[in-house]
Write a protein that binds this ligand. Structure first.
Ligand code: NAD
Length: 510
C-alpha cells in the first residue's frame, strides 16, 4: 500500500502522510456505493438537496479555514482559494437549490398529430455509481462540484482526488463526514494513477474525469472495455484576441490576470495572446508594466503564489527554454531558479506557432504575445491549435466581436472578459477537439449525470394502430396519399384521396 506525503509546495512544510486506497478497498467502496444507491436515489430531490445545503452552510462557516488548507496544499494565495474554490462551490450549491428541480423534473414534449392521442414525456433517472477523478490545480471545486452534481441527480459517488494535492482530498473527506451523508453515498479514495485505474476497473456507471488529454485518452480506452460512458474535461491552450478598438487598459489588466492567476495553472488560462498590429507595441508595454507590478509570495499580500506540482514547473521551464532557443524575446520575467516553485511571471514576444509555448499546454505563469493584421488572420491563428476549451475576443464593436467569437473552435468564449465562463452555473462548460468530451454545469451538465427515459403513453382505447398487422392494400394507398400530402414539394392536396385516407386511418384503429 502506497503512502502519499502531504506537503506545502510554497514552503516545503510537510503536512502529514496519507495511505493510498488498496485495490480491495476500491472494490469494497464500490460495493458500498452500489448498496447505497437505491436508498439515495429514492430520496425525494428536496431531501437530497438538504445535504447540499448543509454543506453550503459549512463552507460559509469554515471559509477561511478551508481556504487556508487548500492554499497550504497548492501554494495559491488564500484569496484565490476563497474565490475560486469556496465561493464557486457554494454558489453552485445555491444554483442547484434553486434550479435542480426544474432541470431534473419530467418534461412533457409535443407529440406529432399522426401519433394522436398519445402523450410524450422525458424522465431523468440517475445512472448509479459515478466515479469522479480530479486534478490538482483546483483540487477542491473540481472534485466537489462534479460530485455534488452527481449526488443531486440521485447517484452515489466515488471520488478520487489528485495524488498531487492529497491534503485537500483529506479535507474533503472530513467535510463529507461532517455533513453526515448516509453510509456509502459519497466516498473518497486517496491515491494516484493505480487507484484511478482500479476505480475504472470496478466498473462505475459513469466516469467524470478532469485532467490532462493524455490521461483522458487512457481512461477512455480502459472504459471502452466495459462500455462505461465517460465525460472528459481536459486541457486548453486558450487564445485571447485583442482588436485595436478594444478598451486596451481593461484588456491588458485581463491578459495579465488571465495568464497569471493560479500561477497560470488554469485549464482556461490565457496561453496565447494575439494583438492587432496597430496597437501591438503599446499593448506589450501596458502588459509589461502591469506584470512588473505583480507581487509574488505566499499566502497573503500576494498576487501570484507558487507552482503546485514540481513536474509542471519543469514543463514550464522547458517551454520557455524552447521558445528562447527558437528566437523568442523575454520582455519581463523568465527567472526560474533551478528548483524553486515560484516561477516569475513571464512575458514573451517574437514567438511563433513552431514553438511549444504556442502549441502545447504550458500551465504556468507565461504569456506569449503575437501580432495580427486582419480579422481573418486572428481567427486562423486562434484556431490553429489541437485544443478548444475557452477563448476571448476584445473589441468595442459588438458585431465584430460576436462574429469573431462564433468562428472560434472552442467550447466556451468570452467577449471583453476572460475565464469567466465557468462562473455562471447556468452555462454549460466543456471543450471541443483535444479539450474534452461532454458538458457540465447548466441544465446539460446536471442531466449529464442522468439518463433520459423517453415515455410515450397511449390511452389504450383503440383496438389497433395504423402501422400494425395485418398489412393491406388500402393501408398502402393511404400511406402514399399521406406522404405526398404531408411532405411533397407542392401542397396541392387531393381532398378526396386525403379524406379516403383519413377514413381508412380511423377504420384501422377501430
Ligand atoms: P492528470 O491527467 O495527470 O491527472 C488527473 C487525475 O487522473 C489524477 O487524479 C490522477 O491520479 C488520475 N489518473 C492518472 N492516470 C490515470 C489512469 N490511467 N486512470 C485513472 N486515473 C488516472 O492531470 P493533472 O496534471 O492532475 O491536471 C492538469 C490537467 O487538467 C491540465 O491539462 C488541465 O488543463 C486539466 N484541467 C482541465 C479542466 C477542465 O475543466 N477542462 C480543469 C482543470 C484542469
Amino acid at each position: 500500500m502506497g503512502v502519499l506525503t502531504m506537503q506545502n509546495p510554497a514552503t516545503g512544510e510537510i503536512l502529514g502522510e496519507l495511505a493510498e486506497a488498496t485495490p480491495d478497498e476500491v472494490r469494497l467502496a464500490m460495493e458500498r456505493a452500489r448498496q447505497a444507491f437505491p436508498g439515495w436515489s429514492a430520496l425525494p430531490l428536496p431531501e437530497r438537496l438538504h445535504y447540499l445545503t448543509r454543506l453550503r452552510h459549512c463552507l460559509a462557516e469554515q471559509a477561511e479555514t478551508l481556504a487556508g488548507k487548500i492554499s497550504a496544499d497548492t501554494g495559491k494565495p488564500t484569496l484565490e482559494a476563497l474565490m475560486t474554490e469556496i465561493f464557486i462551490t457554494a454558489d453552485t450549491i445555491r444554483f442547484y437549490e434553486k434550479h435542480a428541480k426544474r432541470m431534473l423534473s419530467p418534461r412533457r414534449v409535443p407529440t406529432p398529430l399522426v401519433l394522436w392521442p398519445k402523450r410524450s414525456s422525458i424522465h431523468y433517472k440517475p445512472l448509479g455509481v459515478v466515479a469522479v477523478i480530479s486534478p490538482w490545480n483546483y483540487p477542491f471545486q473540481l472534485s466537489v462540484i462534479p460530485a455534488l452534481s452527481a449526488l443531486a441527480a440521485g447517484n452515489t459517488v466515488l471520488l478520487k482526488p489528485s495524488e498531487v494535492t492529497p491534503y485537500t482530498g483529506l479535507v474533503m473527506e472530513e467535510l463529507f463526514r461532517t455533513i453526515g451523508f448516509p453510509e456509502g453515498v459519497i466516498q473518497v479514495l486517496h491515491g494516484g494513477r493505480e487507484v484511478g485505474q482500479a476505480l475504472v476497473a470496478a466498473k462505475p456507471d459513469k466516469i467524470f474525469f478532469t485532467g490532462s488529454a493524455a490521461t483522458g485518452r487512457a481512461i477512455m480506452k480502459q472504459a471502452a472495455e466495459y462500455l462505461i460512458p465517460v465525460e472528459l474535461e481536459l486541457g486548453g491552450k486558450d487564445p485571447m484576441i485583442v482588436f485595436a478598438d478594444a478598451h486596451l487598459e481593461r484588456a491588458a489588466n485581463a491578459a495579465v490576470w488571465g495568464a497569471f492567476t493560479n500561477a497560470g495553472q488554469v485549464c482556461m488560462s490565457v496561453e496565447r495572446l494575439y494583438v492587432e498590429q496597430s496597437v501591438y507595441p503599446q499593448f506589450v508595454e501596458l502588459v509589461k508594466a502591469k506584470t512588473a507590478a505583480l507581487r509574488q509570495g505566499f499566502p497573503r499580500q500576494a498576487d501570484i503564489g507558487s507552482m503546485t506540482f514540481p513536474r509542471q514547473a519543469e514543463i514550464v521551464r522547458d517551454h520557455v527554454a524552447d521558445a528562447i532557443a527558437k528566437g523568442a524575446v523575454v520582455e519581463i520575467g523568465g527567472r526560474f531558479d533551478e528548483d524553486g516553485m515560484f516561477l516569475s511571471p513571464t512575458v514573451l514576444t517574437g514567438v511563433t506557432h513552431a514553438m511549444k509555448i504556442m502549441r502545447e499546454e504550458t500551465f504556468g505563469p507565461v504569456l506569449p504575445i503575437m501580432s495580427f493584421s486582419s480579422e481573418a488572420e486572428a481567427i486562423r491563428l486562434a484556431n490553429d491549435s489541437p485544443y478548444g476549451l475557452n477563448a476571448s475576443v476584445w473589441s468595442q464593436d459588438e458585431t465584430k466581436a460576436k462574429r469573431v467569437a462564433l468562428q472560434l473552435e472552442t467550447g466556451n468564449v468570452c467577449i471583453n472578459d476572460c475565464l469567466v465562463s465557468f462562473a455562471n452555473p447556468h452555462l454549460p462548460f466543456g471543450g471541443v477537439k483535444q479539450s474534452g468530451i461532454g458538458r457540465y454545469r447548466g441544465p446539460e451538465g446536471l442531466r449529464a449525470f442522468t439518463h433520459a427515459v423517453s415515455v410515450i403513453h397511449d390511452p389504450g382505447r383503440q383496438k389497433r394502430e395504423v402501422n400494425w398487422y395485418p398489412y393491406t392494400e388500402e393501408q398502402e394507398t393511404m400511406f402514399v396519399v399521406l406522404i405526398k400530402a404531408l411532405f411533397g414539394r407542392e401542397r396541392k392536396w387531393n381532398r378526396q384521396a386525403l379524406l379516403a385516407a383519413w377514413r381508412e386511418w380511423k377504420r384501422l384503429q377501430e
